[in-house]
Structure formats: C-alpha cells, structure tokens
Design a protein around this ligand. Structure first.
Ligand code: RIB
Length: 302
C-alpha cells in the first residue's frame, strides 16, 4: 500500500498558446486559450495518482469560488483525497497565467490567492503526513508552511521530497529537514550560486543527503554523499508544452521510491513519464497513466 502526501499549491492555469511569447512592450495574437487545472502541489498529486500510488492526499487551499470548486472536483476525479484541501472564504483560488510558445517553452506568472494562507499545519495535517510513505513539497505556498510540514515528516520518519520551485533562497533549516531535493538547473544555481549542475549538486549535498538535478531534455543528475554522481538520460521527444513536466517527474519518482525502487531506476521511470507529458498540452491534463509510463520505459516510442 503506497501512500503519497502532498502539501502545496492548487491553481487554475489560464493558458495562452502563441507562436512566440511577446517581448516587453509587445502585443502578439495567440492561437488558443485554455483553462486547465494546475498548481505545482496539485500537479504532483495527480502525477502520483496516475503513476499508480494506492492513495494520494492533497493538503492545500482554494477559494470559495468557481475555480476552487472545479479544482477540487478535478482532484477528486483523479483519485486524490481532498479532505484536507481547505476552502478559504476570504481569498480567491490561485491562478497561473501561462504563455506557451511553439517550441513548448513557457513563461508563468502565479497569483497565489488562497495558497498564500498555508503558513502553518492545520488539525489533521500532521496525522496524515505521519501515515504517508513520502511527503512532496514545493515553494508555491509560504515557506513557513513548507518548513512546518517538513519538520512534521521528519518527526515521523517520513521521506520528504522538495521541489525548490519557484526558485528562491531557502532557510538552511528547511534544507536540513529534506531527504531528497529535486531542483532544475536554474533552481540549483539559485540555491548555490553555482551554474554547473555537478558543482551545485555537490554543494547541496552538504545539507541534503540526496539530490536530483533535472536537466530537461538532457535527463537528470543523481548525486548522493557516498557514491559518484549518475547521469540518467531522458527519452528524445518533441515537446509541445513543457508545463508540469517537472511535477510529473517528481510525482512519478515518489511512487517508484515508495514501491521500493532504487533511485537510478526510479529516475528512468520518472523521465519516461515526463517525456510523455511534454508531448501533450496542459499540466495535470498531460500526465500519463502507469500503463503508458511502463510502455515508454520498456522501449515503446511514443
Ligand atoms: O509546474 C507547473 C505549474 O506551475 C503550473 O500548473 C502552474 O499552476 C504553476 O504553478
């Protein structure tokens, strides 16, 4: 029985698809607009559920508005337990304003809304974290809330996996409470001041026992204190929308680890999931199911 707990953001993604993102001061005409479920926390929860976790629980917050209702129901529909997803009367549901270009790249502005109220654990949160195999954290909610959850997980011996996104400097006490850190290259550089991913990973190991630096199409770099770093290649695919690829990677990775997989194997599986997700539009809407991930990891081409 694998149980993944997630504390993090729930956003409605307001996505404009354009040939090329506008420069400052420029107006461009886009091709399409879509409203899609997102938020790094909710995305990771959906990725874990689709990858086959027996139970996934989402701790988060939405507003008492139509987006909040739609996001709760999307999570329920994905099989994610939303009992600890609060509805905050005084705030709007978080939104992410996303431009996706023809190369599949994106630029995102997040308005946190109700996500910003998650500054501390609420009754029931610690008990839920204690019952999980892993706790997934990101940085789209206040860092105090992230720290409180990481400390609760540490008290109960639950593995904490932190995606340090959006990139920002972090209090050392948060890194000290994390078991596995999964930054991309930019986030690793923000945390360490080092642009070389090997050097950044080595520096991060002074605080965190295991680090995976995601390198986009180049794969991922796994570093631990007692072995040489391992570079795991990513499948070569043509991306149409990279939004949520990192969340797909982490949610899938958490399931593989909760099932007892070793990290390099788990990274291969997670890379297959991320490669599938970038070939489809949207964040959680693009995430693959377990059978698709298995087929991709076993050598199928799509
Ligand atoms: O990681 C992708 C997510 O970042 C999007 O779904 C958007 O909500 C932003 O939070």
């Amino acid at each position: 029985m694998t149980h993944i707990a997630v504390l993090g953001s729930t956003n409605m993604d307001l996505v404009a698809y354009v040939a090329k993102a506008p420069q400052r001061g420029e107006t461009v005409t886009g091709r399409e607009f879509r409203t899609l479920p997102g938020g790094k926390g909710a995305n990771q929860a959906v990725a874990a559920a689709r990858a086959g976790a027996d139970a996934v629980s989402m701790i988060g917050a939405v507003g008492a508005d139509a987006f909040g209702t739609q996001l709760r129901s999307a999570l329920d529909h994905s099989g994610v337990d939303t009992d600890l997803l609060r509805t905050v009367e005084a705030e709007a549901t978080g939104t992410a304003h996303i431009v996706v270009d023809d190369e599949g790249g994106n630029a995102i502005v997040v308005i946190p809304g109700a996500n910003g109220t998650l500054t501390a654990l609420a009754p029931g949160d610690e008990g839920l974290i204690a019952s999980a195999d892993a706790l997934l954290l990101q940085l789209e909610i206040p860092v105090e809330g992230v720290l409180a959850a990481a400390r609760a997980a540490r008290r109960h011996g639950v593995r904490t996996i932190l995606t340090p996104a959006p990139a920002q400097p972090l209090p050392p006490e948060l890194l000290d409470a994390v078991d596995l850190l999964v930054p991309n290259e930019y986030e690793a550089a923000t945390l360490t001041g080092l642009t070389d991913p090997h050097e950044a990973a080595r520096s991060l190991l002074s605080r965190v026992p295991e680090v995976v630096v995601t390198l986009g199409a180049r794969g991922s770099l796994y570093a631990t204190r007692d072995a040489e770093p391992v570079l795991v290649a990513a499948p070569r695919v043509t991306a149409v929308d990279s939004t949520g690829a990192g969340d797909t990677f982490v949610g899938t990775l958490a399931v593989a680890l909760a099932e007892g997989g070793c990290l390099p194997d788990a990274l291969t599986w997670a890379s297959s999931a991320a490669a599938l997700s970038v070939q489809r539009t949207g964040a959680s809407s693009s995430m693959p199911f377990r059978s698709e991930i298995d087929a991709r990891a076993n050598g199928a081409t799509s």
